[in-house]
Design a protein around this ligand. Structure first.
Ligand code: SF4
Ligand code: SF4
Length: 256
């Protein structure tokens, strides 16, 4: 439980810092930078997300993402499980079109590539002018509205342009049979089907059902929506019978 308090505290701190960090997560600024031949802050942050997700999966979403923090703040208003399935694929369509556009911007640039982490920020601060506030509040609405209308972390499920980097990093790890952080079923025989794990999951994963599947699927099987697991550990911390645990391998009892 202490872990979840720390996790929520980190998310709130990240949310409070969002006016400073906004441009380092920006899917738009990377276009301006690309056309000028600049590798900017958001470019480097997205690369870091992909690389770090190979060993750590979507830990960033659980512990450090300001959008995650904002959405978890509205769980008290709407904690329904968002409809998933095909809706979860929307973000991959957005991501593919966006990545293609970024590549075109960089290919069209004729200048020599330079690196400027602070590109178009004011001394590193993103929201420093009145017009930046319009962008800032627009982004907050973009994140908040799906979560308010559709339920728990709906923006992450449907629209986040950063999640695919980490999903692909995790898939690469599995493809290469590398070890990495995941949630594993440690003692399924202790489960009393109380449902506390599923209820606590901020991503709305039906953990009991996935444990059942985990008994019959091979270790590299990745059910599509389990790419939605952000390794937050809430299910581990809520389980009264210590059925679940963090692991750092790829055993056959994994469900994430
Ligand atoms: S399955 Fe567990 S670790 Fe994964 S998102 Fe849900 S609560 Fe967090
Ligand atoms: S919280 Fe633990 S005991 Fe309860 S259903 Fe989940 S795994 Fe089983």
């Amino acid at each position: 439980m202490k872990r979840q308090k720390i996790r929520k505290l980190l998310l709130i701190l990240s949310l409070l810092l969002f006016p400073v960090t906004l441009y380092y997560f920006s899917p738009a600024l990377i276009f301006n930078a690309g056309m000028k031949g600049v590798i900017n802050g958001s470019f480097l942050v997205f690369v870091a997300m992909f690389v770090l997700s190979v060993p750590f999966g979507r830990l960033f979403c659980a512990y450090f993402c300001p959008a995650g923090g904002l959405q978890e703040c509205v769980f008290t208003v709407n904690d329904k499980l968002p409809k998933q399935g095909w809706r979860n694929k929307i973000k991959y369509v957005i991501w593919s079109v966006w990545i293609l556009a970024v590549v075109v911007c960089f290919l069209n640039n004729k200048k020599e590539l330079t690196v400027d982490f602070w590109f178009e920020t004011e001394h590193g601060i993103s929201v420093s002018e009145i017009q930046s506030y319009v962008i800032y509040y627009g982004i907050l609405c973009l994140i908040l509205i799906p979560a308010l209308l559709a339920g728990k972390r709906a923006f992450c499920h449907y629209f986040c342009w950063m999640a695919p980097f980490m999903v692909f990093g995790t898939k690469l790890r599995r493809l290469l049979h590398l070890p990495g952080l995941h949630v594993k079923v440690k003692a399924k025989q202790n489960c009393i089907s109380c449902g506390k794990c599923s209820k606590s999951c901020p991503m709305g994963i039906d953990i009991i059902r996935e444990m059942e599947k985990g008994q019959v699927k091979s270790r590299n099987y990745i059910p599509g929506h389990l790419s939605e697991c952000i390794q937050c550990g809430a299910c581990i911390d809520q389980c009264p019978r210590s059925v679940l645990a963090y692991g750092f391998g790829a055993g056959p009892d994994d469900f994430s």
